[in-house]
Write a protein that binds this ligand. Sequence first.
Ligand code: HEC
Ligand code: HEC
Length: 151
Amino acid sequence: MNRLSLGHWALAAASAAFLAAAVAAQQPAAPATPPPAAKSEFKNLKILPAGIPRQNLIGVMQMMSSSLGVKCTFCHVGTSKETMDFASDAKREKETARMMLTMVRRINEEDFKVANFTDSKVTCYTCHRGAPHPLKAPPKPGDKPAEHKHS
Ligand code: HEC
Ligand code: HEC
């Protein structure tokens, strides 16, 4: 899988707040190579950049969680703060999320010709709308669209 470039990590950042934090975090001229400490902070990144600042990674995680309406444990192994193993790939949902990140990048780049991540048209929220399973069918005439019940 291709890793997201530093300019791409936030393409899925649905909210302006996350985008603002991302841009702000990139403002001070970042060293070309991240310091060794930053490089080794996360153990198992295959899509996000290896040297991504913690603040930006957490921003992406919070954006994905709120887009799907789930907690961290939907994708990550563990039952409490002490037992969380964020680097583990044991959960199928985590691997699906990697595929989704790649898909979202591809849609923005190839279909919408988005050159800059801040202009992204499609995010996790575009489809998920606060639920793990996006709806397939529009509401029938007379149905209340606000209900938006998911399986
Ligand atoms: C929808 C699935 C999903 C949710 C929900 C989610 N994550 Fe993640 N998380 C991922 C994926 C996918 C990766 C790996 C990204 C990659 O390969 O670049 C990851 C990686 C991480 C890592 C890096 C682990 C390492 O050392 O490699 C941390 C830390 C993390 N997540 C924390 C969180 C926290 C805290 C939350 C809740 C606020 C959360 N995640 C919610 C999917 C998710
Ligand atoms: C183009 C629409 C679309 C976008 C954008 C999208 N998804 Fe999805 N996602 C889907 C569909 C459709 C499914 C359900 C697939 C199925 O039912 O087999 C799904 C399923 C998932 C699942 C599995 C849920 C489960 O219960 O196993 C995860 C996790 C997920 N998406 C994460 C994400 C994340 C994270 C993003 C943003 C990076 C994202 N998706 C963006 C359409 C989308």
